[in-house]
Write a protein that binds this ligand. Structure first.
Ligand code: UDP
Ligand code: MG
Length: 312
């Protein structure tokens, strides 16, 4: 087969009921583009029949390739592993749960061909819970602040990247990351298009509240040291304030004399500072933890087997 021009990357974790309908919609769309393409699925340690279904697809459909992970390494690692194996000029990521319509792919390809290097998408009438939308807003605001870019929806995984961006992403070796933000640090000419959004076709979301908070932390600490700097700044301001306060108390001691009624106010202030200190230690700990992860230099993911790639 010709070397692929389009590479579609799909992470899969327990999606047995979504894979067949996804393929039925995706494959005709790709054939309709008239370009050579490949679809790379990463099975991220699914415990249902997903892997079996994927292996069948790799035999049945030309261009379908499967990476089998040795366990569950997370959506972003699954995408990164597939990125390393892509060879298309245009790489498109997609969720397996049919929340992103595959029919939008030709529009995204057209944008890249017009000279854009990243095509993001904005979900119209997003079909998710209030909590999820709130988390996304935080992600969008922090990412824009950190990268100095203006994009309104980083959470939507239906995205297209030019080969150059993928090459740079493949050079990064960090262990916890958030791909749309990473891509944003390399791109120079991004664009966003509006796409529709559906409810998850089957199964449930793989992200609990805890996993979402972790993801936001990765995003915050993974791309900047601003939280550390802000904290240091805050520490300086509070210590100046407390010196002023201590002076005030000293003078008051001479003017009014000894008194004990203010004890509880003092406690309140003390607790406030203790709270800040604990928060600060937490933030520092977050960075130390990341440094620890990086220096261990463990492999980020372990591939057990691949199916459908040429070199087998
Ligand atoms: N996913 C994965 N590994 C995980 C969690 C999720 O490969 O540990 C995949 C999942 O199969 C889906 C995509 O990542 O294709 C997005 O997951 P999900 O739909 O659960 O996230 P949400 O849409 O709720 O953000
Ligand atoms: Mg989903």
């Amino acid at each position: 087969m010709n070397p692929p021009y389009l590479s579609i990357v799909i992470p899969v974790y327990n999606e047995e009921y979504n894979l067949p309908p996804l393929m039925e919609r995706l494959y005709p769309v790709l054939q309709g583009t008239g370009k050579p393409f490949e679809i790379i699925f990463t099975n991220d340690g699914s415990r249902d029949r997903s892997l079996e279904i994927l292996r069948q697809m790799a035999q049945q459909y030309p261009g379908v390739k499967v990476i089998e992970f040795n366990g569950n390494f997370g959506q972003h690692m699954a995408i990164l592993a597939a990125f390393e194996k892509t060879s298309g000029q245009i790489v498109i990521t997609l969720d397996a749960d049919l929340q992103n319509p595959p029919e939008e792919i030709p529009r995204m390809v057209a944008e890249i061909e017009k000279g854009r290097d990243v095509v993001g998408t904005i979900r119209q009438k997003r079909q998710d819970t209030f909590f999820r939308r709130l988390a996304s807003r935080i992600v969008n605001i922090t990412t824009n602040k950190m990268t100095g870019m203006k994009m309104s929806d980083y959470g939507c995984m239906l995205r297209a990247y030019h080969r150059d961006i993928i090459i740079n992403i493949n050079r990064c070796q960090e262990t916890s990351t958030f791909i749309p933000a990473l891509a944003q640090t390399f791109c120079s000419n991004p664009v966003e298009i509006r796409v529709s959004h559906s409810e998850r076709a089957a199964g449930e979301s793989k992200y609990s509240l805890y996993k979402l908070i972790r993801l936001n932390f990765d995003l915050m600490t993974g791309f900047s040291v601003v939280p550390l700097q802000l904290f240091a700044l805050f520490g300086i301001i509070t210590s100046v304030c407390s010196v002023v306060f201590a002076l005030f108390l000293l003078i008051r001691r001479f003017v009014v004399g000894a008194e004990v009624e203010g004890v509880f106010t003092l406690f309140a202030i003390l607790f406030f500072f203790i709270g800040i200190i604990i928060l600060g230690i937490g933030i520092v700990g977050e960075y130390v933890g990341r440094i620890y992860q990086e220096v261990r230099k463990r492999p980020r993911f372990v591939i057990r087997r691949t199916y459908g790639f040429d070199n087998e």
